[in-house]
Write a protein that binds this ligand. Structure first.
Ligand code: COA
Length: 262
């Protein structure tokens, strides 16, 4: 396989596993547009590669998997830019969800907002004991824009999803396990080896059968595509609201937001 250099992620191929590491540690691996493009290109690069039997997606460092979409980048977006951001994000996460090889999120720390949405687009989630999860977008005067309203509901059910989405609560690893948001919680030093252990079981199975299982399970949810369209439109519209300007400004100025409902 030819090595491709990406701006915001690191990639490595080892024993038929493709490793993707989000490499913006100083920004808690926040997902800017470049990062999402890099992840999408990296995932697409292995779709047709018969040597690759699975993917592990993680974040650099010990603090964050990804602390969300990059607030500094989108704080001044217009309605049109916000809508495009959501459409593009949906497309990246769909590329992961429809990857014909199993993709495991190795969640090493914070998985917030877009970070949790990214993890939820993976086929399996394994996290370290100190990982934290949440969809805190309502604190910023917006809603999740990378299919969080859809995949969180699919994974943990309507009532639990609504509570997390409306409170913006941050939950710990064991709560995430109890809710079904993650498959396994392991000590940090065993995070990657646990993911490798799962992929090593899948590695020797028939590749076409694995790809087919992924697509058949995905098909169960396809009828809910209307919710995705609604989310994209709603998300974009928030970029025209005063509360969005207040929410993102408050985060960047490190102060409490004061929302007015406009
Ligand atoms: N977008 C852009 N930058 C982010 C970010 C995000 N989602 N999350 C963290 N960062 C940046 C911070 O601005 C800070 O940058 P700076 O050093 O240049 O000021 C750096 O990452 C470290 O974050 P900091 O907030 O200082 O770390 P902390 O340990 O005090 O808090 C969090 C950690 C995760 C609780 C906090 O960073 C946070 O609330 N992040 C935003 C989470 C969020 O709302 N995500 C959803 C976005 S849609």
């Amino acid at each position: 396989m030819t090595e491709t250099t990406y701006q915001t992620i690191l990639t490595e191929e080892k024993e038929h596993i493709f490793y993707i590491t989000i490499n913006r540690e100083d920004k808690l691996n926040a997902l800017n547009i470049q990062t999402l493009a890099d992840i999408k290109n990296a995932i697409l690069s292995i779709y047709e590669n018969p040597k690759i039997k699975g993917v592990i997606l993680t974040g650099k460092g010990t603090k964050a998997f990804a602390a969300g979409a990059d607030i500094a980048e989108f704080a001044n977006f217009t309605v049109e830019e916000g809508t495009r951001m959501s459409q593009d994000g949906h497309a990246v996460l769909r590329a992961i969800e429809h990857c014909p090889k199993p993709v495991i999120a190795a969640i090493n720390g914070f998985a917030l907002g877009g970070g949790n949405e990214l993890a939820m687009s993976c086929h399996i989630r394994v996290c370290a004991e100190k990982a934290k999860f949440g969809q805190p977008e309502v604190n910023l005067g917006i809603i999740p824009g990378y299919a969080g309203t859809q995949r969180l509901t699919q994974l943990i059910g309507k009532g639990r999803a609504l509570e997390l989405l409306m409170t913006g609560d941050i939950i710990d690893a064991n709560t995430a396990l109890q809710l079904g948001l993650v498959n396994h919680v392991v000590p940090a030093e065993q995070l990657i080896s646990k993911c490798e252990e799962i992929l090593n079981k899948i590695k020797n199975k028939a590749p076409l059968a694995i790809a087919s299982v992924i697509e058949c399970v995905n098909a169960f949810y396809e009828k809910r595509m209307d919710g995705n369209t609604l989310e994209v439109n709603e998300f974009g519209n928030f970029f025209g609201s005063e509360d969005f300007i207040e929410g993102t400004s408050a985060f960047l100025e490190k102060r409490q937001a004061n929302f007015i409902g406009k």
